[in-house]
Design a protein around this ligand. Sequence first.
Ligand code: DC
Length: 210
Amino acid sequence: MIIAIDGPAASGKGTLAKRIAAHFGYQCLDTGLLYRAVARDLLATGQSLEDDKAAAWTARSLDPKTLDDPGLRLPGVGEAASVVARIPAVRAALLAFQRDFAAQEPGAVLDGRDIGTVVCPDADVKLFINANVDVRARRRYVELKKRGEPVTYDGILETIKARDARDAGRADAPMAIAHDALLLDTTDLDIEAAFDAAVGLIKRKIGQQG
Ligand code: DC
């Protein structure tokens, strides 16, 4: 069983993916961490995020054991990840790891931008999670303020808009809604309501498959 969850930054897809995986007893992979780790490793060795060759080499050398590094959650790393994610050789280097992860029994939940379209086009269930950009910026602002980060609402709004445009506008595997994805808009939903709605959609879809 493969559940693919895509959506823009701060849509709530990461939290939903973890809760859905726990609910069904599946493993969960936040694929954004792979791109964040490539950006982290590139910057740590003083290389440019725009250096295709260095980025591809770094992606091929990535140690998945380092994905639990809390530093990967820093806002600047998300930005940097979006930049390296434009490089086709980086995406290609990360594909096999994601597909192997998806193949495990009894099931896996993967969240990202291109899971339903490129990584797992045959996923059993595809969800695309979205929310109004102001609501997403507000949620991210509250989360980062709580963590003591020196952020402003306007700064976060601009950053999220720029990241959406970069992730949706790149040539290779852009963020996109798969033709067979189920849409869930969390603008007016808290996490509990969003979780209930997502589980309802998944059960209906699995039920349809018999
Ligand atoms: O989901 P996130 O914010 O951790 O992702 C960070 C960046 O990584 C995102 O802006 C674009 C890139 N990414 C991607 O290109 N494809 C994915 N499947 C997941 C993330």
